[in-house]
Design a protein. Structure first.
Length: 62
């Protein structure tokens, strides 16, 4: 397996609603079968960025 394939992540993004000009929904890490909800597009990007950096303990606090 080459290095590029090893670092590949797959995300399933569900947009449930749109309020205040942004998305709300959930993102699922397919390889880990882990789901986390987000309240904005910025939170979604932070969750994905954390997963790509192998920082799986990213939590979005209210």
């Amino acid at each position: 397996m080459n290095k590029k394939q090893k670092n590949t992540r797959t995300f399933l993004i569900k947009i449930m609603d749109q309020q205040n000009g942004t998305w709300q929904g959930s993102v699922t890490w397919v390889e880990e079968q882990r789901e986390q909800h987000f309240r904005s597009a910025l939170e979604l990007l932070k969750l994905i960025d954390g997963a790509l950096d192998n920082n799986y303990e990213v939590r979005i606090e209210e």
